[in-house]
Design a protein around this ligand. Structure first.
Ligand code: URA
Length: 434
């Protein structure tokens, strides 16, 4: 078999066989296929696509390219959750303690952010001393003892994805459904969970801009997951506006703690509770939405969920005093209030514009090696459908970069759409697949 023939075949739009896909992944891993040949095949896939069989084989051999976590000694019911990423997306940090407090095991490997705002690992690392560099052994021990652990994605799981993703990133071949689906699902399968809940976002602050594209990606991911024997579903929701009020790193940690103390922003509650409910349904713990909601409210109101969060932070060496004293989290030297330019109601807050402003304030990175400022961020004091008055505060900027404040202010003002009429409340969830 020769890679050039495989490239030629895909270039003509033909389907690849299982053997050809295995040959490709093996060659990527042992170095016998050069990066320029891999890039050429990725570009051919970008233009000609892959059918569901090819996508499933690609996922399977990406999983088999590295270690597969075996968590079966801990439980037969291990849940994992994955978000395709958004602005102010802190849902994992509420999902994990809620699951653990419900007696459901979750094992979460997560990424650092590349782009406008931090990833879940960056947010956690804003907690002083919090360790995300757990070895596989340490990770498993914590899952067993505390029902959950969260660590930075290791290179030993689905390493073929790491290699392909690095090339996709620099050859403009990221945004194509079969490659996204195989990348996401391979990492989830290699992480050892048997129940996978996908949180798929669309909108200005998401990777996919329309609900239809998100639906197509979800259908492919769910089908591939099922074919590879996983109990998988996808919750599709809008990311046109930031989730919650806080966007950044340590500001988001504060919002998570407030949520677990019972001060739940409605949008965060809707998404978190829906994902938890799907996990309850999949593991057979609770069947109906209503019962799930009551159960979740009880574990929050009784303080159990917050206790679990504290336990997780302590088990990963984080400073638990931040839970009652937010001043122990990284603090910015500048706090600047952005004022409304007119009266009305918030009709939209463009998530992408807020994310870009946040990045300029220091909260995101361009390159993997860039350092981020954990204290930088934006807090939206006014959100969708809330009233605003000219001259009153609509958002607060946190930063250490004095030179970035004015530009961030105009980006925030530009992100806010203010209407005369109060817009109607709407559900963020578009569809659930699987
Ligand atoms: N997230 C992933 O993990 N992989 C992709 O290809 C895109 C988003």
């Amino acid at each position: 078999m020769r890679i050039i023939d495989i490239i030629e075949k895909k270039k003509k739009g033909e389907s690849l066989t299982e053997k050809e896909i295995k040959f490709f992944i093996d060659g990527v891993m042992d170095g016998s296929i050069e990066d320029y040949q891999t890039s050429a095949l990725l570009m051919a896939i970008y233009f000609k696509g892959m059918d569901i069989d090819e996508t499933t084989w690609l996922t399977k051999y990406m999983v088999e390219s590295g270690e597969i976590l075996d968590l079966s000694k801990i439980s037969d019911n291990i849940v994992d959750k994955h978000s395709t990423g958004g602005v102010g997306d802190k849902i994992t940090l509420m999902f994990l303690p809620l699951m653990a407090a419900s007696g459901i095991y979750t094992a979460k490997l997560s990424g650092r952010g590349l782009g406008h705002t931090g990833g879940t690992i960056d947010k956690l690392e804003s907690i002083p001393n919090f360790r995300t560099d757990l070895s596989i052994k340490e990770f498993k021990e914590r899952v067993k003892k505390h029902h959950t652990a969260i660590a930075a994605q290791t290179l030993s799981l689905a390493p073929a994805d790491g290699k392909l993703y690095a090339l996709r990133d620099v050859t403009s071949t990221v945004d194509i459904i079969p490659l996204i689906a195989s990348s996401v699902v391979s990492k989830k399968i290699a992480s050892g969970a048997n129940h996978i809940i996908l949180d798929v976002k669309y909108g200005s602050g998401a990777f996919l801009k329309t609900a239809k594209e998100a639906e197509k990606l979800s259908q492919v991911m769910v089908e591939v997951g099922k074919r590879l024997d996983r109990n998988i579903c996808a919750v599709i929701s809008s990311m046109n506006q930031p989730l919650g009020r806080a966007v950044g790193n340590s500001v988001e940690i504060q919002e998570v703690i407030e949520f677990l103390k019972g001060n739940m922003e409605p949008d965060l509650k809707e998404i978190t509770f829906t994902l938890c409910q799907k996990a309850f349904e999949k593991t057979g713990k609770i069947k109906t939405k209503k019962e799930a909601e009551k159960y979740l409210e009880d574990i929050i109101n009784s303080g159990k969920a917050l206790e679990k969060f504290k336990e997780i932070v302590a088990s990963q060496s984080g400073d638990i005093s931040i839970i009652d004293d937010y001043s122990k989290l990284p603090q910015s030297s500048i706090k600047y209030e952005v004022k409304a330019k007119k009266d009305g109601f918030v009709k939209n807050i463009d998530a992408l514009k807020i994310a870009k402003a946040c990045k300029n304030l220091g909260a995101g990175r361009d390159k993997k090696a860039d350092k981020i400022d954990y204290s930088a961020g934006i807090y939206l004091t006014q959100k969708y459908s809330e009233p605003v008055k000219k001259g009153e505060t609509i958002a607060v900027i946190y930063t250490n970069k004095k030179s970035a404040v004015k530009e961030a202010e105009s980006m925030i003002i530009d992100a806010f759409e203010i209407a005369e009429e109060k817009p109607k409340k709407q559900s963020l969830i578009y569809k659930i697949i699987g």
